[in-house]
Write a protein that binds this ligand. Structure first.
Ligand SMILES: [Zn+2]
Length: 389
């Protein structure tokens, strides 16, 4: 019955490098990218092929000691920066000339060799090949059997980092059922074949607490530098705390999905135009970040376990009756009511509709005994509440 197909998943890992990389490499690379950018800008070139064809030989002569593939990657970066600059200009969000100011170098497979057996990287530079140790922890172990795609060398105030994109092929099982995932500001609710589960993330409380903390810091500390440093520290802590919760919830959902042989259906907010007022919560910039971040975490964890993931149309998932399709009206604080008699918890209805759309997409007929087809099930708030701490 189970037909398996292969899918490639990509994941980025960050390594801190132990050792020195000649500062001038960053400067030279930045100068090349900026030169390419102004050339591309003055002629409206968005094609990597054309940019490389017109500038490669000149740059080779100008930087004879620099390994030639840095010119390739600089062309790639210049093209992608220029393309996004053009997009922003059209929207009126950028003007003037495109500029590249970061201490970032793009690497391709000719420029570096990663060895995860003895945790080193060999890097080609204008002064020849250098070997650097990479710092690693438990998290990095899993990448040993992954394929290395591409990498970026990044200079930060506390050292040099290597961001590596790894890829791996995984076999994805054809599923017999679907779990609908609804991501709210303070909880993540899922609709499964046996009922609803609500995971309390308490994200709003966490965000508010950190917001208050930041306000206090703003007032208390006068020195701009010290302030920026402390604010950054708290921003990192906040982010890590939220991410930690996301990982835990995603692990729980993957477990349920494996147990029930279910695919995972998520709302597709990637193509929603800014005009559509999807919901007040999701319009918040921070929440939008959170929302996509959780989806990404869940998606790769699911695929690593061979679970199918699909995105469904997000429109009105939280306002239509999952039984008859009419518009729901509010009835008290947490409940929504329909003319057909359904009374349903606000958090439950989203995941319920998402599951139904997922089932339709998979062409799975819904077993009538399924609780998320049963009007009675919605009367209760999530049948199981899991607190994630
Ligand atoms: Zn109804």
């Amino acid at each position: 019955m189970s037909s398996e197909r292969l899918e490639t998943i990509r994941l980025t890992a960050r390594f801190k490098l132990n050792g020195e990389v000649d500062e001038s490499l960053f400067e030279v690379f930045r100068a090349i990218v900026n030169g390419l950018l102004s050339y591309a800008h003055s002629r409206g070139i968005t094609s990597f092929k054309r940019l490389k064809a017109e500038k490669y030989h000149e740059l080779r002569q100008k930087y004879p000691n620099l390994p030639s593939h840095y010119i390739y990657t600089a062309c790639q970066m210049a093209c992608s920066i220029y393309k996004s600059f053009r997009k922003l200009t059209r929207k009126g969000k950028a003007k003037g000339n495109p500029q590249f100011r970061k201490d970032v170098i793009m690497l391709d497979d000719h420029l570096f060799r990663l060895d995860l057996e003895d945790w080193t990287i060999r890097l080609s530079t204008q002064n020849g090949r250098i070997k650097l140790r990479i710092l690693h922890d438990e998290y990095h172990e899993k990448f040993r059997d992954w394929k290395v795609c591409q990498a970026w060398l990044v200079k930060r105030s506390n050292g040099i980092y290597l961001n590596v994109v790894f890829s791996r092929n995984v076999g994805i099982e054809r599923s017999k059922d679907v779990i609908g995932i609804d991501i709210n500001e303070n909880n993540i609710t899922i609709a499964t074949t046996t009922g609803f589960v609500r995971f309390e993330t308490m994200e709003r409380e966490i965000r508010t607490a950190y917001f208050v903390k930041r306000c206090k810091i703003q007032k208390k500390i006068k020195c701009r530098r010290a302030k920026a440093k402390i604010l950054a520290k708290y921003r990192n802590r906040e982010r890590n705390r939220v991410l930690n919760i996301y990982h835990k919830v995603a692990n729980e959902i993957v477990k349920i999905s494996l147990k029930t042989n279910s695919a995972i259906a998520l709302e597709d907010l990637r193509n929603i135009r800014s005009k559509i007022n999807y919901s007040r919560e999701i319009n918040g910039r921070l929440h939008r970040w959170s929302f996509r971040k959780f989806q990404q975490i869940l998606e790769y964890k699911a695929k690593l376990n061979g679970i199918e993931v699909a995105y469904v149309d997000p429109r009105r998932t939280s306002s239509l009756c999952p039984i008859c399709g009419r518009k729901l009206s509010p009835n008290g604080q947490r409940l929504l009511k329909c003319k057909c008699g359904l009374e349903v918890d606000r958090d439950v209805v989203g995941s319920w509709n998402i599951r139904l759309r997922g089932l339709k997409m998979w062409g799975v007929s819904v077993p009538p005994e399924s609780p998320s087809m049963n009007p009675e099930a919605g009367r209760f708030s999530a049948t199981k509440v899991s607190k994630i701490t």
